[in-house]
Design a protein around this ligand. Structure first.
Ligand code: ADP
Ligand code: MG
Length: 550
């Protein structure tokens, strides 16, 4: 209830709504953001732990992947949602570095909390953070090394480090997957001059439980999780000429309410004969184009299937739109929307199209394509949880490889880069001075959460390790020193090949900075949700843990 100058009382918010203002809102939001980051923090790095998530329906996910954990948690609180967005953006933009981005954001928030307590206004903190981020970009560009798309050795290391923390079996298994990821990236990479572009959407990850991870394979083409639509059709075609149709091979039902009056058996006969003729004509048009394989995005009538089978044509119906696009890229076929337009020039090529039975289900392999710009990695593994985690591991590797190939730059991992940037930022902070200085220092401190967490997870003393790392980095060639989690020591990260794409680090800093700034700018949380929804805005108990609601 509020009151105006005349003493009249009026309602601004509906009954049952809740509101948090000023410092209280900031404190709560920082606590929530930090709590979300704390959840994924222990998963960081190869010695990180896994999380087991159980959905309402009892589905189980065991993973180490920051983005997956946060998405599956179904957090309610709006601030928690912003934190989840960081992971999503990171995943979408660069495919790796999600946990790092989220825990850095959590740390930025926590440090901002202390600055707020000291009376530094949010605007100064946000400005300082943004200055620090810009400076970090400059520093990172400066310490990054160059990498060529043909440098297989280095790229394999990057692929391997990116999937390093996933629990998917032995080093040999990971090496195999890293090779497959690299093969896929090299195949779809489009080069023009010095520029490389990679569209990760055209690397299909198709998974099927069964077999072992080692049976995961690379397919130079597209694997379609569908069956050949008619038993009379060929199941295997060499040197296939492929038509892609966005046409229904059916007699479309009239959309209006028109009715056809059939009054005699003869009429019925001729009506059916007419239908059959039309369907046969469709099959004939396809046969005339000389296609021997056809993928149809819509349905295929039984009669049309029969005639296609008679003509020796393999057909797959109700193919997904996304698969049709992939098939077009892989085979060079053009997606045709009217049968009358179909000509031999629209057909694509694959050395082999074959239906195979995989763990009891039919799948259609379109493979041996000529220099396809769309490929598949067929993921196998004993259980659903396994293939899911292998898929996530490959996603991280593919993201890291694509980011590296596109920007041509890498940095060392194991916390080495974060320590180096933090050190250089502190020098910069002194130059800047004023209130922003404190925020830039807080930003530098936040970055050190990465080496600190890696040290923690490998059982090293975090404070000791940080002190040692800092002094190493003050030396001339110190920038490569980080934490070797396998030997529990401080080492040159180039030696064990712990390297990562520059782009992943840059993206992590920008999404973490943006999200923390967005959260710090809020000084009023209004929730019009009903009373039953819990304590604070968004149905969260104030300052509590996400997911721990009543
Ligand atoms: P993210 O989701 O942030 O990629 P990860 O769990 O993949 O999280 O962990 C990435 C961190 O682990 C990076 O800082 C990386 O440098 C570090 N890391 C990965 N492999 C190693 C290794 N073998 N030794 C030391 N650090 C490693
Ligand atoms: Mg990673």
């Amino acid at each position: 209830m509020a009151e105006n100058q005349l003493g009249q009382q009026y309602m601004i918010l509906p009954e049952g709504a809740s509101r948090l203002l000023g410092k209280e809102a900031q404190r709560t939001n920082i606590a929530v953001g930090y709590a979300v980051a704390s959840i994924v923090r222990t998963t960081l790095g190869p010695k990180g732990m896994d999380k087991m998530l159980v959905s309402e329906l009892g589905d189980i996910i065991i993973t180490n992947d920051g983005a997956t954990i946060l998405q599956e948690m179904n957090v309610e609180h709006p601030i928690a949602k912003i934190m989840v967005e960081i992971a999503k953006t990171q995943d979408k933009e660069v495919g790796d570095g999600t946990t790092s981005a989220v825990i850095i954001a959590g740390e930025l928030l926590k440090n901002a909390g202390s600055l707020l307590e000291q009376g530094i206004p949010p605007a100064a903190i946000i400005k300082g953070y943004e200055m620090a981020r810009q400076k970090s970009t400059e520093i990172l560009e400066g310490i990054a090394g160059k990498i060529d798309i043909n440098d297989h050795d280095k790229l394999l290391k990057i692929a391997l480090i990116a999937m390093g923390s996933k629990n998917i079996g032995s080093m040999d298994t990971k090496k195999l997957l890293a090779k497959l990821a690299l093969q896929a990236i090299e195949q779809v990479a489009e080069k023009s001059g010095n520029k490389v572009t990679i569209d990760r959407d055209f690397i299909k990850l198709e998974k099927k439980e069964g077999g072992s991870i080692e049976e995961t394979t690379f397919i130079n083409g597209v694997l379609i999780d569908k069956e050949v639509s008619h038993p009379g059709m060929p199941k295997s075609i060499k040197n296939a000429s492929i038509a892609l149709l966005d046409v229904a091979l059916e007699i479309e039902k009239t959309e209006t309410d028109a009715r056809i009056e059939i009054t005699s058996p003869e009429q019925m006969q001729s009506f059916l004969a007419q239908e059959e003729k039309m369907l046969k004509a469709m099959a004939d048009k396809i046969a005339k184009s000389k296609a021997n394989v056809v993928f149809v995005q819509k349905g295929i009538d039984d009669v049309a299937q029969h005639y296609l089978a008679k003509a020796g044509i393999m057909a797959v119906r109700r193919a997904k739109k996304s698969d049709m696009e992939k098939l077009a890229k892989a085979t060079g076929a053009r997606l045709v929307t009217s049968l009358d337009d179909l000509t031999p020039a629209d057909l694509g090529f694959a050395g082999m199209v074959e239906e195979r039975k995989i763990s009891g289900e039919q799948m259609v392999f379109v493979e041996k394509c000529k220099d396809p710009k769309s490929v598949t990695i067929f993921v196998r593994g004993g259980a659903k949880q396994t293939v899911d985690e292998v898929e996530r591991a490959l996603t991280d590797s593919l993201g890291a490889l694509a980011s590296t190939a596109e920007s041509g730059k890498y940095v060392t991992g194991g916390g080495s880069t974060e320590i180096d940037v933090a050190l250089k930022l502190r020098d910069y902070a002194t130059d800047v001075g004023g209130r922003e200085q404190l925020a830039i220092q807080a930003f530098a401190d936040a970055l050190e959460v990465v080496p600190k967490t890696l040290a923690d997870s490998s059982g090293m003393d975090a404070i000791d390790t940080l002190v040692q790392l800092r002094s190493k980095h003050k030396g001339a060639s110190g920038k490569v020193y980080g934490i070797d989690v396998y030997t529990n020591s401080i080492a040159d990260m180039e030696k064990p090949g712990v390297i990562e794409p520059l782009k992943v680090k840059l993206q992590a800093l920008s999404s973490a900075t943006e999200a923390s700034a967005a959260i710090l700018r809020i000084d009023d949380m209004i929730s019009s949700k009903g009373r039953g929804g819990g304590g604070g805005p968004g149905g969260m108990p104030q300052g509590g843990m996400p997911g721990a609601e009543d």
